[in-house]
Design a protein around this ligand. Structure first.
Ligand code: SAH
Length: 398
């Protein structure tokens, strides 16, 4: 196994269990590792620090183990997936009664940097964000079969959009495992008792935005008797909860035609008639421009990540400000705005500041009723605060 030897003093972050080794921290690579190989990381004086996946780039090693256990054996993957499942069990997500979909593995949050696995009632949809995880997908699939046994219906690898392109890997999405008789590319899942079609081959990301589960429940709680506008609705997660909890009417807006078609199917699936909803394929910002004031007294604003890297931060903050200003200015008096950012580089404070500026621009009186987060299955490793990405505010607008 290749040894990576760090510069003097650069072992500090690993001693605090941060799971990344930056290329600038490396003094010497003793060997010629291929991308995705497991390497050993050592301090300048030769003491062992950790094992991880090697990759060419600014993050050179993603740590899999600080303990020196056997990261090469099959047991490693089984143990790590069992540990991740225990967290979901502790959070009450894995009993399958009213919710049977959750994030099973959340990268660094579960000690598996570069790996995402979402669980859709027996179907695991996997996305590798590193070469190491992409190369390990066969072993990961076998481990899922060991951990879940007969409960596992399929394992679908959807890494073509996430694995590093330069790796020159054979990036074709497809099934790594199918139980006998399983044939569909989509199925119905339950989230807090609400039903949703999830299509992992055609849909965005792994098929569904599981990270909004708790916030959807909160929207439901506030929806009774309200006229709801769900902007950036994707397949209508928030819309279904709103109607289930007594909203008068919901308009759902997304620029993706496929997503909007799925909203309609999800409405039917939950038994909501056509008079209760309109599903609109449009640009959310243009749509807002033509919204009459006072029409909606609950708005959801959940855009895609405006900043994917630090360089895009200031533009992103301006975009959040413009969007929120438009929403706050249009919501009816006494109305609510649920506003979100899923950009990792926009932290809570920066987002609050953007929304504050947006509110000030409208001149309206705005109160913060709640601060919103990502749920337990999108767990954050305390040693890796970068894992926190979803934040939101619930605003009351006079
Ligand atoms: N709220 C959703 C998730 C939103 S993800 C849920 O609960 O499932 C962001 C969505 O924004 C995607 O569906 C994407 O198609 C849509 N989108 C991106 N740019 C847009 C734009 N300019 N106008 C409207 N929708 C947009």
């Amino acid at each position: 196994m290749t040894k990576i030897i760090l510069k003097k003093g650069r072992e500090e972050s690993l001693l605090r269990f941060h799971p990344w080794v930056f290329s600038g921290a490396i003094a010497q690579i003793a060997g010629q590792p291929a991308e995705g190989d497991i390497v050993g990381v050592f301090s300048h004086d030769g003491s062992f620090l950790a094992y991880g996946h090697y990759q060419i780039g600014s993050i050179a090693v993603r740590i899999l183990s600080f303990a020196g256990e056997d990261v090469l054996g099959a047991d490693f993957w089984v143990n790590m997936i069992r540990r991740a499942l225990s967290v979901r069990e502790a959070a009450g997500l894995a009993n399958g009664l009213s919710t049977n979909c959750f994030r099973l593995v959340h990268g660094e949050g579960d000690g598996l940097p570069g790996l995402i696995i979402d669980w859709y009632d027996g179907v695991c949809v996997m996305q590798a964000h590193s070469v190491g995880m992409f190369r390990a997908k066969g072993a990961i699939c076998e481990a899922l079969q060991v951990v879940f046994g007969d409960r596992l219906k399929a394992v679908y690898d959807k890494s073509s959009g996430t694995a590093p392109f330069k790796a020159g890997l054979d990036l074709v999405d497809g099934y790594l495992f199918k139980a006998e008789g399983f044939s569909d590319d989509e199925q119905v899942v339950l989230e807090n008792g609400n039903k949703f079609f999830v299509n992992w081959t055609e849909g965005q990301k792994t098929g569904f935005f599981l990270d909004q589960r708790e916030n959807r429940a909160l929207v439901g709680k506030y929806s009774k008797g309200r006229n709801v506008l769900n902007l950036f609705c994707y397949t209508g997660g928030f819309s279904v909860y709103a109607l289930a909890q007594g909203a008068l009417h919901v308009d759902s807006v997304d620029s993706s035609k496929k997503a909007v078609e799925m909203v309609g199917r999800n409405m039917d699936l939950n038994g909501f008639g056509e008079s209760l909803h309109d599903d609109i394929c449009a640009d959310a910002i243009e749509f807002l421009r033509d919204v009459p004031e006072d029409k909606y007294d609950l708005m959801i604003v959940d855009p895609p990540a405006f900043a994917k890297h630090r360089g895009a931060l200031s533009n992103a903050l301006r975009a959040y400000q413009r969007l929120n200003s438009a929403a706050i200015s249009k919501v009816a008096p006494g109305g609510l705005v649920f506003t979100f950012s899923c950009s990792q580089v926009v932290d809570k404070e920066a987002f609050s500041l953007a929304v504050f500026s947006a509110a000030a621009q409208t001149g309206r009186s705005v109160r913060i009723l709640d601060r919103l987060n990502q749920p337990a299955d999108h767990s954050v490793n305390i040693y890796h605060p970068e894992g926190e990405y979803l934040k939101g505010l619930l605003l009351y607008v006079e």
